[in-house]
Design a protein around this ligand. Sequence first.
Ligand code: SAH
Ligand code: SF4
Ligand code: F3S
Length: 448
Amino acid sequence: MKSYGCQMNVYDSTRMSDLLGAEGYSEAASEDDADLVILNTCHIREKAAEKIYSELGKLAIAKRARAAEGREMKIVVAGCVAQAEGEEVLKRARVVDLVVGPQSYHRLPNLLKQARDGARLTDTDFAVEDKFDTLPQPSRSQILQRGVSAFVTVQEGCDKFCSFCVVPYTRGAEISRPVGDIVNETRRLIDAGVREITLIGQNVNAYLGAGPGDQKWGLAQLLEHLSEVNGLSRLRYTTSHPVDMSQDLIDAHAGLAKLMPYVHLPVQAGSDRVLKAMNRKHTSADYLDIIGRLRAARPDVALSSDFIVGFPGESDADFEETMALIREVGFASSFSFKYSMRPGTPGAERKDQIDEEVKRDRLAALQALLEEQRQTFNAATVGRRIEVLFEKPGRHEGQIAGKSPYLQAVHVEGPVHMIGEVARVEIVSAGSNSLAARLCPATGEAAA
Ligand code: SAH
Ligand code: SF4
Ligand code: F3S
């Protein structure tokens, strides 16, 4: 199972593994040893989609080698390329046996049965049945293997139709899972040893799920309810859209101790002209206002964003407005991309596409500024005492590693039995990718 793209795909990959585990499959050590290979693909940018075809080229060789030994290898393309390209994938890559979309993968067992009989199939229907209702729950040992931090999908799909983006087409309309299902899934994870839950959705803060009675709950209410689950140490959520950043969600950052002070809030660009052309439905002033209110609620909140440079029509002056916005906010970390034309989106129709070289130069300047801010943010934690959730053994013998409240990687000298615990550390130095820290002497009080 190979997962590309966003957290939604990571989550779907674990659910597909659970599903196939129940069918008697287990994880192979390498693809040469696999009877079944699933690529859970991403269609967001051209590069991401093309990567799949080069991967399939390599798999064709492995498949032939196995066939020469009289062994089978079935190849499945799942995820957003599957949804976007459907049968085209079967035509373009002869090696593929099965194409299955993000809303139909719960039907994999049946599809695989047909594939074993020699059929080459595509299933990219948006299912009438709810895939979550038919998926099996993972076992305790499966959960533990995946670590103490887990994703729970609460919302899927997107109705926003930003003019550059394929997600509304690959993932379909916005839907929210019912509160009860999310609580049950969270409880199971916590019972098995998970300590941190990240609620995920393409527009997670647009969450509006069926609660008790006839009530509809928003994300703030859901977070408040989940924070009362015993044994849970930390809550996070991602990815948020600025227009759905309601005041009660902002207030939750002041009121909920388990809600971590980190918000991923993509702005994409700083120029109102570009934001309008992107169909983002907010201005840069709206964004700065949200940031101000978040900081008022939780002064130490760390912020991150996604940026696109070189959207059609973006002038040097527009780009400078993005740089100005970045300087004004100060981000702890960010993702940034050159605009990539995606088939079927309004952005791809525009005649005023930006030269590749201009995009490259803008991206380099933007990333240099974001990297400087990331390092400044990390350096500012040196000398501070903060809490870390330990997740795994560190890179060196005797070390354990985890995350700060601000999602920074932190390592200390410490015993492996502390994995799964939240402990107070003092940050000693900031490396390029991880903070070095030492454990503070236990004070007797339990760390939250
Ligand atoms: N739902 C989230 C993110 C979805 S995709 C949001 O609304 O912000 C993740 C990121 O990929 C986007 O935030 C955007 O920065 C980037 N992206 C999406 N389409 C792109 C495209 N055509 N070219 C370059 N980057 C793109
Ligand atoms: Fe894509 Fe925009 Fe929807 Fe995010 S909000 S998934 S960028 S269309
Ligand atoms: Fe990629 Fe699909 Fe996620 S296009 S970013 S895997 S929703």
